[in-house]
Structure formats: structure tokens, C-alpha cells
Design a protein around this ligand. Structure first.
Ligand SMILES: [Zn+2]
Ligand SMILES: [Zn+2]
Length: 259
């Protein structure tokens, strides 16, 4: 796959768009270049093509059917993937890989950086409230449209969902290259509370992992893989900068401390 064929054309996203965000502490935009990581991104695309699964580091007999890549080509099945080119303390180059969010319900897959939060703590926190939210949802559908009982229940469910999201977001303790740790709601500089899924994109996962493991990032590239989305804003094999709604409002913090 040539660089040209994957580069943004016309008014699409530009290949040269580096990912970054405003840092409140330093009063500047911190960013990482994309170009030096393009080769690593293309290499990962090649691996996805060749292996047709994302757990290729696991011996064949232990492979998890959920790690198959065919699902990415189902309608609305496409996903963002990312690579972060880093140096360890000895100067050796290390390339980290990430997929956005969960992969078929999996947060952790061998060879990929995990989520920003502790998976066990997350499971313990969301289990009960999620069952309650689902129960309210079932009750809702049984009530007549426009009835006050239905409206009341709907409001109750919305409050529960919001409270749960706030508590979940506090599990996201983000670490940066200055060695600072902050919970996601304090880091987020967008309007209002962080949207659902903030911190689950490839960029934050990769940077958080690097900061926690003493790696110094030099470049980052994120690309889309699988069936294009309905609106056509995401196309297979194209590189995209960090998203504006969820990532840019936290990248300034995450990148802080890098030269
Ligand atoms: Zn994002
Ligand atoms: Zn800074």
C-alpha cells in the first residue's frame, strides 16, 4: 500500500495532521508528529492482512475466535488502530500497538496495550448499576408513550447512567511524561463532562502506557481498518489525527513532559 493511496485527499483529513492538544500547565499545544510513524502504521496494516486476527502472538491452538479480523468488515464494524514509536531508556526503539475501545468485548489482547483503567475495578464498578439501568429500560418499554410514569423512569435512568459514567471516568487515572497523575474528569478541557468513551481511543491508551513504562514517544499514527462508516468520514487504510471531541481535550496533559 503506497503512502499516496492512504493520504487524505481533497477536504479529507490530512496525512500531515499531527495529534496534540492544549496543555493548561504550560499554556501551549503539545503534539506528536505522525510522519515518522507512518511506516509502522503500514506495517501493522500488513500484519492485520496477513494474520486475519489480532492475537497472532498467541499460539494458534490458543487463539480466541473473538480476535478474528473478519468482523471489522461487517456493516459498521470498522475500527481505529494506532502505533506509537518510542525509545526506551537505553535508546532502543519500541513500537506500541493499540486498538480503540474494546475488541469484540475484549479490553486486553496479547501484544496490544490495555485500557487506561484497571479492568477488574471497572468490572466490579459497572456490573450492578448496568443491570439496574437495563432493568429500568425494560420497565420503560412496558409503559405507555407520553405517560408521566414513563418520563419519570426515563429521567431516573438518565441520572443513573450519568452517575455511573462519572464514577467510571474517575477510574481513568491518566499519567503523563512529567510524572503527574490526574483523573480523567480533571484532565478534560472540553465543554462539560468528558463524553462516553473518552480515554478509550488509541492515542490516550498508547501515551498512558508509554508514560507508565518509562518510554519516550517520538511519533504516533492512527488509522482506520475495516468497512467504511456510513457517512464515509472513515475509510480503510487512511490515517487520521486524534479526534476532536474526546482526544484533543486530554492530549495536552498526556503529552506534557516530552521535549
Ligand atoms: Zn479519540
Ligand atoms: Zn505541558
Amino acid at each position: 500500500m503506497s503512502l499516496r493511496s492512504t493520504a487524505g485527499e481533497g477536504d479529507g483529513p490530512l496525512l500531515d495532521s499531527d495529534s496534540g492538544g492544549w496543555c493548561c500547565r504550560c499554556g501551549v499545544v503539545h503534539s506528536l508528529p505522525v510522519r515518522p510513524a507512518i511506516k509502522d502504521g503500514l506495517h501493522l496494516m500488513g500484519q492485520l492482512c496477513r494474520h486475519q486476527r489480532i492475537d497472532w502472538l498467541v499460539p494458534e491452538r490458543f487463539r480466541d475466535p473473538r480476535c478474528d479480523t473478519r468482523c471489522l468488515f461487517d456493516k459498521a464494524g470498522g475500527k481505529m488502530f494506532g502505533v506509537l514509536s518510542c525509545r526506551d531508556t537505553g535508546g532502543k526503539r519500541i513500537v506500541l500497538r493499540a486498538f480503540s475501545g474494546q475488541y469484540n468485548g475484549l479490553w486486553q489482547v496479547e501484544g496490544w496495550v490495555g485500557p487506561v483503567f484497571d479492568v477488574a475495578a471497572f468490572g466490579a464498578l459497572v456490573g450492578e448499576p448496568e443491570r439496574e439501568i437495563k432493568r429500568l429500560g425494560r420497565e420503560l418499554t412496558a409503559l405507555p408513550h407520553g405517560s408521566s410514569a414513563r418520563q419519570l423512569l426515563r429521567a431516573q435512568r438518565r441520572t443513573l447512567s450519568r452517575q455511573l459514567m462519572e464514577r467510571v471516568h474517575c477510574l481513568y487515572q491518566l499519567v503523563n511524561f512529567r510524572g503527574a497523575t490526574q483523573p480523567l474528569p480533571r484532565v478534560f478541557i472540553g465543554n462539560g463532562a468528558p463524553p462516553s468513551g473518552t480515554g478509550d481511543c488509541c492515542g490516550p491508551k498508547l501515551l498512558h502506557h508509554a508514560a507508565r513504562h518509562g518510554l519516550r514517544p517520538e511519533a504516533m499514527a492512527e488509522f482506520y481498518w475495516g468497512a467504511s462508516n456510513a457517512s464515509g468520514t472513515k475509510v480503510q487504510g487512511r490515517f487520521y489525527p486524534a479526534c476532536a471531541a474526546k482526544c484533543q481535550p486530554i492530549l495536552g496533559f498526556l503529552l506534557c513532559g516530552l521535549p
